[in-house]
Design a protein around this ligand. Structure first.
Ligand SMILES: [Fe+2]
Length: 569
């Protein structure tokens, strides 16, 4: 039984294929088109999934879309509500939305008509797909489930419960009341593009939450974990925010002018970021405490775009009664592809659950011959290593920035040791060097550590595994000085734990590095050129290597070094 899940209605299109209840392949469309957050129909991701599974379109039994494109009237109702305020915008938006739904349905029909019987088409409610992407691939037999999103099929926040093969919604918040969208609006107000909410999260550590009291008045907590937003302060639900701004005149009158994208970041921007982050956390914890009361569960599965807020995620076990947590590698919309496939496989077809997602490596891999062909074509000088882990660790210890390209590409927004840029975290200036030579990103954004699972307690205030870099934890004071390049200004870090059983080669690199430098931690950031998606093919990796200040590339068994290596810091 093959079930193909598709997601990405407005952004982050992706496909995932399950065979008899086991995930076989998953990838985001952006990795193939090389356009970040690629929306639309994931043609190439579908092609990849079918190729990986060695099946034809006609052998797929079901194609399942992670939005209920035709069966949900909640969103229609949301349009109707704002029609009297902005008739032209509402009509235009509704028409565009209708066109998108028709186009995607048409393409799915085309897919289902290819050869023979072809797959049957199904649609899954957006939040059920999110919830499926977390609960159904978690190790939990039963758990509370929280999905927080800007908007999906009319809902913005859904509190639910999963048990065995069943997932049900217990309570929900409807659009336009959306704490995730409020975060998105203030991100825009602070001069960052939407989708870049993580930058505001990073900036928050530099500010004081002095706007919190005033911001609190914009959110009213209700029973059953619901809440209402004072929508007079925002205008995305009735104006094209992209052109007119996401916050309303009322917000600007109260909190001051918007920051232009190229303007200096002032203290008040940092303070607003800190206040927003705090309000967001308070709202999510309000939902979670109610969810705990409603379900009595100690275990939590988190999902939806807002579950990418790793600062909030890292506080959940401290601030709420939940004792165990699972966050999948792609809690956002791309992960809806896995959610749609898993919800349909387990929840509808009632296939037996047994699959647990312990790794994010579900994308394409390339053979030694394929990699060698690309290196030869680019006239690169390279050597073949007998022990890539040892060689990579030695290069890191010498202070070089290493492009690390091994095995299957990760699914989700994080590089987790398959398509990563690695560096030595013990050097205080390494953050600046990696930023100057390769990443060119804002200096307030921290780099993340990958730590051997067995040492996580020793270095961080985190007591459980974090294979997908989903949590920000405090760094233990006696260890902060040992890994200065991965410690944020507030003495925290977004940690990835690396388990030998799940990622043997990457574990080996860190272990070898520990033998050389005495710390079981490396700096890990995504392998990409600024503004582009993470590299997918060997050609992407070679292009990134030669067009940035990377010193070395360890790709498959091959090691490349730049002709003139810079002086180490
Ligand atoms: Fe979503």
């Amino acid at each position: 039984m093959h079930v193909l899940g598709i997601a990405g209605y407005n952004h982050d299109a992706a496909a995932a294929l399950m065979r008899d209840g086991e995930l076989v392949a998953a990838a985001e469309e952006e990795r193939f088109t090389r356009i970040k957050h690629q929306d639309g129909f994931p043609y190439r991701a579908i092609q990849y999934c079918l190729k990986e599974a060695e099946v034809q379109e006609s052998s797929v039994d079901y194609v399942v879309y992670a939005n209920n494109l035709w069966g949900n009237f909640g969103k229609m109702l949301a349009y109707a509500k704002s029609f009297h305020e902005a008739p032209v915008y509402t009509t235009g938006f509704a028409l565009r939305d209708l066109y998108t739904r028709m186009w995607i349905t048409f393409l799915m029909r085309m897919l289902s008509n290819t050869g023979g019987g072809g797959p049957r088409l199904r649609f899954v409610d957006h939040h059920l797909a999110h919830m499926g992407s977390s609960f159904f691939v978690s190790p939990f037999e039963s758990a509370a489930v929280l999905s927080i999103d800007s908007l999906g099929d009319g809902d913005t926040t859904v509190l639910g419960h999963g048990e065995g093969q069943r997932l049900k919604k217990l309570s929900r918040v409807n659009y336009p009341h959306s704490i995730a969208e409020m975060y998105c609006c203030v991100t825009n107000y602070l001069g960052f593009p939407t989708q870049d909410e993580y930058k505001v999260m990073g900036l928050a550590s530099y500010g004081e939450a002095r706007y919190l009291e005033r911001l609190r008045r914009l959110v009213r907590f209700l029973d059953k974990g619901r809440y209402r937003i004072d929508t007079r302060y925002f205008q995305t639900h009735r104006r094209p925010g992209r052109f007119l701004g996401y916050v309303s005149r009322r917000f600007i009158d109260e909190f001051g002018p918007m920051r232009r994208e190229d303007a200096r970041i002032e203290q008040r921007h940092k303070d607003m970021a800190a206040s927003l982050q705090k309000l967001f956390e308070e709202t999510v914890f309000h939902c979670l405490r109610a969810l705990h009361r409603m379900t009595g569960e100690k275990r939590l599965c988190l999902c939806g775009g807002a579950a990418q807020n790793s600062v909030m995620n890292g506080k959940i076990l401290l601030e709420t009664p939940f004792q165990e947590i699972y966050v999948p590698p792609a809690p956002g919309d791309s992960g809806g592809s896995i959610g749609a496939a898993s919800y349909f496989s387990y929840g509808v077809l009632q296939q037996r659950r047994g699959f647990v997602m312990r790794t994010a490596d579900w994308g394409p891999s390339f053979s030694e011959t394929q990699i060698k062909a690309v290196l030869d074509e680019s006239k690169s000088r390279y050597s073949r290593s007998e022990d890539v882990a040892a060689d990579a660790a030695a290069l890191l210890a010498k202070g070089y920035i290493v492009g690390w390209y091994q095995g299957r590409m990760e699914f989700g927004p994080r590089a987790l040791g398959a398509r990563s840029i690695l560096a030595d975290p013990t050097r205080p200036n390494m953050t600046d060097i990696v930023n100057r030579d390769v990443k060119h990103r804002e200096d307030f954004r921290p780099f993340a550590p990958s730590v051997l699972r067995e040492y996580v307690d020793e270095y961080f205030f985190g007591h459980h595994e974090a294979p997908f870099m989903s949590y920000v934890w405090g760094v233990r004071p006696d260890k902060a000085a040992a890994i200065p390049a991965v410690v944020h200004i507030d003495k925290t870090a977004r940690v990835q734990t690396v388990e030998r059983d799940d990622n043997a080669l990457y574990w080996e690199v860190i272990k070898r590095f520990e033998k050389l430098k005495g710390v079981p931690v490396v700096l890990n950031t995504s392998f990409n050129v600024k503004g582009e998606p993470i590299v997918c093919t060997p050609r992407d990796a070679v292009r990134c290597f030669f067009s940035t200040g990377l010193d070395c590339l360890v790709i498959g068994p091959f090691v490349l070094k730049k002709e003139v290596l810079r002086a180490t810091g």
